[in-house]
Design a binder for this molecule. Structure first.
Ligand code: C5P
Length: 241
């Protein structure tokens, strides 16, 4: 697979064209941003760790019959994925109160939710990714009713699979963000699943092992990312050439 021109450079990832129009290469960077870009920095080894953790989760989901864009890991910081037509919606799934839900509803951090909450955000940096509902997405033609249904079903299924898997590693899946796209007429999961896009707490101590350590200046940021990789792969994450 030949790596060609840079298609897109985001805050934490770069996307490159390949000689196959159906595939692109994602390169994971160590750069980190928070608070809608107001806070910037780097997290040592983050690109490598997020690449390997995302590959781990995408493989897990594929083993449970879920379509994702992941094809294979091609280097410590790069994965080959299917080309997607991105749907401009971020899906957040919440199991426990944290982050923006505290600000919005005033419930204390750590409050368990009786059932998972699914939220949609319109993906637009300039607007700060505003919260929207099904009607906004349908009325603005961002996704069809059938696509939204597929996204909702997949998001709940992904939550169940990840929650169970992480519990085996003594981790609580507090909340996470997903992005979906269209590929050959199908809705499939894209983007990444990593400590950048999920909140992971240690089941026993409640210690935060995710990007909140960076957002809230808690220290030990890179160590937390390494700890998640270690618990998930036992240090045996394989990189196929
Ligand atoms: O900030 P908030 O509490 O809404 O975030 C919910 C979850 O979605 C967190 O796990 C966060 O890491 C993730 N998220 C993300 N990218 C965004 C917004 C939220 O990965 N742009």
């Amino acid at each position: 697979m030949e790596k060609l021109a840079l298609l897109y450079a985001g805050k934490a990832k770069e996307v490159y064209r390949t000689n196959d129009p159906e595939c692109v290469i994602i390169y994971f960077r160590d750069t980190a941003t928070a608070l809608n870009g107001q806070k910037q920095g780097t997290i040592a080894d983050k690109g490598m760790i997020n690449n390997l953790i995302s590959a781990h989760f995408f493989t897990l989901l594929a083993n449970h019959g879920l379509d994702t864009h992941y094809l294979r890991t091609i280097s410590p910081r790069e994965m080959l994925v299917k080309t997607l037509e991105i749907i401009k919606v971020e899906v957040v799934v919440r199991n426990i109160v944290a982050g923006s839900l505290i600000t919005r509803l005033g419930y204390p951090e750590g409050t368990p939710l009786a059932t998972p909450i699914l939220e949609y955000y319109y993906k637009d940096d300039a607007l700060g990714d505003p919260l929207v509902n099904n009607d906004h997405l349908a009325a603005l033609n961002l996704a069809t009713a059938a696509e939204l249904n597929a996204i909702t079903l997949a998001s709940h299924k992904i939550n169940n699979i990840l929650t169970r898997h992480l519990a085996e590693k003594n981790l609580l899946l507090v909340d996470f963000k997903l992005e979906f796209g269209r590929h050959q007429g199908q809705i499939i999961l894209g983007d990444e699943i990593s400590p950048d896009t999920c909140r992971f707490w240690d089941i026993n101590s409640g210690e935060k092992l995710d990007k909140d350590r960076f957002r809230r200046d808690l220290g030990g940021v890179s160590e937390a990312y390494h700890e998640i990789l270690r618990r998930l792969t036992g240090g045996n994450s394989s990189v196929q050439g």
